[in-house]
Design a protein around this ligand. Sequence first.
Ligand code: NAP
Length: 291
Amino acid sequence: MAAEIIDGKLIANEIREELKKEVLDLKSSGITPGLGVILVGDDPASRSYVTAKERACDNLGLYSENVKLPVETTEEELLKLVDTMNNNPKIDGILVQLPLPKHIDTDKVIMAINPDKDVDGFHPQSIGKMIMGKETFLPCTPHGIIKLLLRSNVKVEGANVVVVGRSNIVGKPVANLLLDKSEGGNATVTICHSRTKNMADITKNADILIAAIGKAEFITGDMIKDGAVVIDVGVNRVEDSSRKKGYRLVGDVKYSEAAEKASKITPVPGGVGPMTITMLMYNTVYSAKNR
Ligand code: NAP
């Protein structure tokens, strides 16, 4: 069986078109949603993510302030900038691009963001509310995964879902959203990680398999049940001298094998990735509505 491709770009574009209308409505009542983006250092992947976020803001007609700071920026200087953005009425959402340089305490910076502007959904207040099923900013990648499933008509309720990975930004929150008593939730969820024993025995039972590991092509065809839905969150660079850049991007799933087993699958790139930035825009517009 050849799997149907879940086209993240297409679904992300649909949501962005819906957001455009909401932005126009907000603007007609005098509110332009605004996003503040802070990048510390010059990590190439972070720089390209920040550029994509700036571009997304421009395309949607959002106001954005983008501050690029040198790698030697002190924690105090960064906290001061976060505070300035907290108090800037034109800014509805603040995003500090991670990872931060080692000399800066990431948790301290996340906690300094006003929870009302926490569009990344990483503040403990947002996470606590999410776990309690209360309305709040949902973290962008996990929220994007739920939207992908819903808009691809995948039945999540009652499904046996296996999430591989337990990070605070992907694995744990997506497992929690899948468990939630809401649309896109009500699944039976199992989380695997690096200490899980006999992982293939667990993944082979998954109706929906979500891979957020950070290891190129780790999930092979023999770990997947026939007809499963496979969501590949991983973004890994592998050397490829035939490409101009010298590398290509692959997911955490061995696509060629998985596509033979799955009923639906996300590609890398073009699956989960476009949804992450779209959900950031969604959160910024949501925040502006609550301004
Ligand atoms: P992370 O913080 O490094 O977490 C990786 C998780 O995978 C950990 O829980 C780890 O287990 C688990 N793991 C590692 N090796 C394993 C193994 N051999 N068997 C089973 N589990 C294993 O990574 P992350 O931030 O969640 O990101 C995961 C991937 O998604 C990365 O490729 C990242 O680039 C990508 N990503 C993509 C997007 C997007 O928008 N497309 C957004 C975020 C992340 P332990 O906890 O036991 O160490």
